[in-house]
Design a protein around this ligand. Structure first.
Ligand code: ZN
Length: 433
């Protein structure tokens, strides 16, 4: 798929998915998975309410039809139909008249961000509430208000989507994202957009590794998947959590728990070679689903490549994290970084110089940059020397890219050329390591 097609596709999909009221269970989540299924053949799984998953149990299913606050004249002053962020996620149903004094303790707003509606949930404590902008809050006067939250909290199921793309080896790369947030774009519609198109790309490409994509509600969904799929964990070599990949900020890579894993070196190589500004942060046990996958009993090397990290942009968990906050170019850039990471994982390996005593004569083999019509560019010629010198069976192509500062794709390209010229042979394919 061409980059332009991907960019347009992500934007079209974002417009379809953004308005849906999602939560950790319920029809909004199901509808989201169904729409993703129109692009990639995910299987949708339903885990019944009450199922024990390690120390947790699947909560009752939450669905909401409508919600509002009316003033004493019967005018709707807060309306769920205008923004699904107006209702605290998992609010229990309520329908009553109450004075402002009583209502006030159920209202959430941010005085420092007077135009934005906060995103608040109460999954495990029975509660109800409304979120509104501080400007809306300030207009409320003493008097009687009618509140109505037409929601249901019933035995049902937690839904998640999974796509397994088999490769030549059974070792897997895991790519996960969460699909439980309502109308919020960067956190984390962006992750679902990126992974949907990445899965499409990987399906079409030839590949060595197998790939597993998860679209789960955050925390409880990841825990449920791990609990139900413990026998699959042994095949997972590396994983990435895709979140906050659509804003215009520079990249942030949250390293794996070990902090020095092979995946960390791959991602840092891609970031460095992109020439774009980026920040590397060490693993910390908060954030997204890397917390579950990197818990001590699971301990998978899970990193997370983001743009601006959750909690670090003022729009985070507010109505200002909308479709204007993300950009098609940023989404595409993030997608390309994920694609480049996969390229390195797929193509790294150890090679051996078959002419190790002094340099081979490159000119004889059409590998030398001659005059006006270079048979290989100057950069490729430099790359050739790096590959020949360090292909001693102890340095992988990634090591050589890191040492030379030359893009991994160029290193791989010249390695292939050297193989054709019988100057190099592959001794270990990393996917077989
Ligand atoms: Zn969030």
């Amino acid at each position: 798929m061409k980059n332009e097609t991907i960019k347009k596709g992500m934007i079209t999909l974002s417009k379809k998915l953004f308005p849906i009221c999602r939560s950790i269970t319920g029809n909004g989540l199901r509808q989201t998975l169904n729409i993703i299924q129109e692009h990639i053949p995910i299987k949708i799984f339903e885990v019944p309410s009450g199922t024990k998953v390690f120390d947790w149990s699947i909560p009752r299913e939450w669905n909401i039809h409508d919600a509002y606050i009316k003033d004493s004249k019967g005018k709707k002053i807060i309306d769920f139909k205008k923004s699904n962020l107006h209702v605290v996620g998992y609010s229990v149903p309520v329908k009553k008249k109450m004075p402002f004094n009583g209502l006030r303790e159920h209202l959430h707003y941010i005085p420092e961000k007077p135009k934005w509606i906060p995103y608040i949930t109460s999954y495990y404590k029975e509660e109800w509430g409304f979120c509104l902008s501080y400007e809306q809050y300030k207009k409320l006067k003493n008097g009687v208000y009618e509140v109505n939250i037409d929601s249901e909290l019933k035995t049902g199921a937690l839904s998640y989507g999974e796509l397994f793309i088999p490769g030549k080896v059974k070792d897997e790369i895991l790519l996960t994202t969460y699909v439980c947030h309502p109308s919020l774009a960067n956190d984390n519609l962006s992750g679902a957009l990126l992974l949907t198109f990445l899965a499409e790309t990987i399906t079409e490409a030839s590949r060595k590794y197998s790939y597993r994509f998860l679209f789960v509600p955050e925390t409880i969904g990841a825990i449920a998947w791990i609990a139900k799929n413990q026998e699959k964990l042994k095949n997972i070599k590396y994983g990435l959590v895709a979140t906050c990949v659509g804003d215009r900020g520079s990249y942030t890579y949250k390293k794996t728990r070990a902090g020095d894993s092979y995946l960390d070196r791959v991602v840092m190589n891609v970031l460095k070679n992109s020439g774009e500004q980026h920040t590397i942060v060490d693993f910390f046990p908060a954030g997204s689903d890397e917390r579950q996958f990197s818990s001590p009993g699971i301990n998978l090397p899970m990193g997370s490549l983001m743009r601006t990290m959750y909690g670090k942009f003022p729009e985070y968990h507010t109505s200002a994290d909308n479709l204007d906050f993300i950009s098609p170019e940023s989404l595409l850039g993030s997608y390309e970084h994920y694609r480049d990471i996969i390229y390195v994982l797929e193509n790294d390996g150890y090679y051996l110089n078959l002419n190790p005593k002094c340099e081979p004569m490159l000119g004889n083999r059409g590998l030398y940059n001659v005059g006006k019509k270079p048979e290989c560019s100057e950069e490729e010629e430099i790359a050739l020397r790096w590959v020949l010198n360090f292909s001693d069976g102890r340095h992988s192509l990634l090591d050589i890219s890191n040492k030379s500062g030359i893009n991994f794709r160029i290193i791989k390209r010249v390695a292939d050329r050297l193989i054709k010229s019988d100057l190099l042979k592959e001794t270990l394919d990393f996917t077989k390591k």
